[in-house]
Design a protein around this ligand. Structure first.
Ligand SMILES: [Mg+2]
Length: 370
């Protein structure tokens, strides 16, 4: 295929309700939507999931925009002919890091490639599921509201519940939830709010029958996670630490986790996620797909990713209406009885609502690759 242009849309939208975790609070979301066109005018879509500030990773919307315009898109302009999106890994190898910027652009080209092949992206990457199980995140700083949300989501049929916790509230939140819901499939996401000094506290987690404790320590602390996993029965899941396929290999070699939350944006895109998937299947590491409080394009890519056989745990999959009054897709993503159908349409299987996209766009720029 010959790529002809890249259009970047910097968009922003308020969240329907504030999102709290151990790192901070979010009320408004910015993102960069990437549209790549080929010589026939077919469009493929990607989404850069960096946040406005470096609270979650060092990348931001601004650094992503800069990296796309200054380094990544010029590389595409030099090499606009591609046989397969897998070729992008070597093309972008000279740009270190900037995984979210790479992932947004790479994702658009995977979508474009599968639309040209007239095949769903899920099939192109080896997906085997017709539908995926949806889990949901409960991110509240008040226990009453967390309990209310859990009750509501349970009634809607979600397959597992992920509670955002921190070192101060962990025992009181889990006590309250287990008192009312002794058996719901529950996991706790610490977003790095503990240190090794908290080992006595973390040892108490086994009593709550959690599916996993997610990222208790800082993203660089693989050795500390290994010590914790050796001390507790509750599986440790790494999220922020898994910045690439190689980071995952290191974590598994050390024994730092039994489960991995895969986020394509944080890892640099599809190619890295697919490598991790093959490795995890061989190493018997369970995978699930993590959410980034994203718009529909990123979510559609994640649905395709979760259709792969190694994704054996429900991912973070709320419907479009969960965060947004209106998503940027013509047909919103919906969850029925805790499941999302994997689209059989070409590419990511959803169309972008250009009118809605325009409404949310604060800045746009088309870069010709001719
Ligand atoms: Mg997490």
């Amino acid at each position: 295929m010959k790529l002809s242009s890249v259009t970047l849309y910097l968009i922003s939208s308020d969240l329907k309700r504030p999102f709290h975790n151990a790192l901070g609070m979010l009320k408004k979301r910015e993102a960069i939507i990437v549209e790549v066109k080929d010589e026939n005018g077919i469009s493929g879509w990607g989404e850069v999931v960096a946040f406005s500030t470096p609270w979650y990773t060092e990348e931001t919307i601004f650094t992503s925009l800069y990296t796309l315009k200054t380094f990544l898109i010029p590389l595409l302009k030099e090499h606009p002919h591609l046989n397969h999106p897998a070729e992008l890994a070597s093309l972008f190898a000279g740009v270190r890091g900037h995984h979210m910027a790479k992932s947004g652009l790479e994702g658009a080209i995977w979508d474009l490639y599968s639309r040209r092949m007239k095949q769903p992206l899920s099939i192109i990457v080896g997906g085997t599921r017709a539908s995926i199980e949806a889990g949901i995140v409960i991110a509240s700083d008040r226990i009453e509201s967390a309990l209310e949300q859990l009750k509501e989501y349970k009634a809607e049929g979600y397959k597992r519940f992920k509670l955002k916790i921190n070192r101060k509230n962990v025992l009181s939140f889990l006590d309250a939830i287990r008192a009312d819901h002794p058996d719901v499939p529950l996991m706790a996401d610490a977003n790095s709010s503990f240190t090794l000094d908290d080992l006595p506290l973390l040892r108490q987690l086994d009593q709550y029958k959690l599916l996993m404790i997610e990222q208790p320590f800082s993203y660089e602390d693989l050795a500390d996670h290994r010590l914790l996993q050796a001390e507790i029965k509750t599986p440790v899941c790494l999220d922020e630490s898994i910045t690439s396929y190689n980071a995952a290999r290191n974590a598994v070699a050390l024994g730092s986790c039994e489960i991995i939350s895969v986020k394509m944006g944080r890892m640099g895109g599809w190619q890295q996620a697919l490598q991790l998937h093959s490795f995890a299947q061989e190493a018997n590491i369970r995978l699930w797909c993590g959410g980034m409080i994203e718009f529909g394009i990123s979510k559609a890519h994640n649905i395709a990713l979760s259709s792969l056989p190694g994704f054996t745990l429900p991912g973070d999959f709320s419907p479009s209406e969960h965060y947004w009054e209106h998503d940027i897709l013509t047909e919103p993503i919906t969850v029925k009885n805790g499941e999302i159908e994997v689209s059989k349409q070409p590419g990511i299987g959803y169309e972008v609502d250009r009118y809605r996209l325009k409404q949310l766009t604060d800045y746009t720029e088309m870069i010709s690759l001719q």
